[in-house]
Write a protein that binds this ligand. Structure first.
Ligand SMILES: Nc1ncnc2c1ncn2[C@@H]1O[C@H](COP(=O)(O)OP(=O)(O)OP(=O)(O)O)[C@@H](O)[C@H]1O
Ligand SMILES: [Mg+2]
Length: 265
């Protein structure tokens, strides 16, 4: 049994089309029958062009959007069948890191408050010195000086904000992290620092991870295995080196050809 088992997952959206007098409906099959397994401690890179369904897929796994059909089984437990309160409890085990750390951090909360709140999701009783020292440790884990914990998100650079967002994701001690384009908004030089940090943390904490990017080069750098998504379906998957150096699907070959040569990390 794999740690995460996704079976024939479908997430469709119905969009209204036409006019008031002749209304119509159009169904977008954002996730269209995805079957994937993830072993514990593995990084799966999910790659595909904008609009192919990557974010919808991750939000469906997190149970933030209801699937149309299919199942998500995490550590033997079928998440699709759980009542909402139980999903909230389980969600502590799987956290997300988003593309835009500024939008995902509360601008009115200091770094300390943001991280303390996230720590207390798992340990509601923690306070005082114990809470402070846990936040200090988290900051050190992502390479931030504890002296800056009373500052607000706008006082940091993009790379530092992404470090804070990563610390926040780690605070509830998750087992699975879904990182949705976590480096796409960063300068290339900062991208590699954050990629290296994610790689290091994944190893140290034995995290299972889905790392999403539209850039096959970035995914090859970080992932053990790559799944290529096109129009809601997985068109190719396999060990990262094989998919990158010997792609089988025409779509993967096109993705590979589109990587700017200087962007290699
Ligand atoms: N809430 C929604 N309602 C209707 N359609 C949606 C909704 N969310 C996403 N879609 C559609 O589903 C498809 C997949 O979108 P999604 O955001 O998952 O793609 P993506 O691969 O993450 O793209 P990007 O790389 O730009 O982030 C798109 O056609 C999008 O327009
Ligand atoms: Mg997206």
């Amino acid at each position: 049994m794999s740690y995460l088992e996704i079976k024939d997952l479908q997430t469709h959206f119905t969009q209204r089309t036409g006019t008031f007098f002749s209304p119509g409906k159009h169904v977008v099959r954002a996730v269209d029958g995805v079957t994937l397994n993830l072993e514990k401690g593995e990084i799966l890179g999910l790659v595909g062009e904008s609009g192919c369904g990557k974010s919808t897929f991750s939000r469906t796994i997190m149970q933030l959007i209801a699937s149309t059909s299919g199942t998500v089984i995490l550590d033997g437990e079928n998440l699709s069948n759980l009542p909402p309160a139980e999903v909230r409890r389980r969600r502590l085990d799987f956290q997300m890191v988003f593309q835009d750390p500024y939008a995902s951090l509360n601008p009115r909360m200091t770094i300390f408050s943001t991280l303390a709140e996230a720590v207390r999701q798992r340990h509601p009783q923690l306070k005082g010195d114990a809470l402070f020292s846990r936040v200090e440790t988290l900051m050190a884990t992502v390479g931030l000086d504890a002296k800056v914990m009373r500052k607000y998100p706008h006082e940091f650079s993009g790379g530092q904000r992404q470090r804070i967002a990563i610390a926040r994701a780690l605070a509830p001690e998750p087992k699975l992290i879904i990182a949705d384009e976590p480096v796409s908004a960063l300068d290339v030089s900062i991208q590699s620092q954050i990629l290296n940090l994610i790689k290091k943390l994944q190893k140290e904490l034995d995290l299972t991870m889905i790392f999403i990017s539209h850039d096959l080069g970035v995914v090859h750098y970080i992932a053990d295995r790559i799944a290529v998504m096109y129009k809601g379906k997985i068109v190719e998957s396999g060990p990262a080196g094989e998919v990158f150096h010997n792609p089988q699907a025409d779509y993967t070959k096109r993705l590979l050809a589109s990587i700017p040569k200087l962007a290699a990390v």
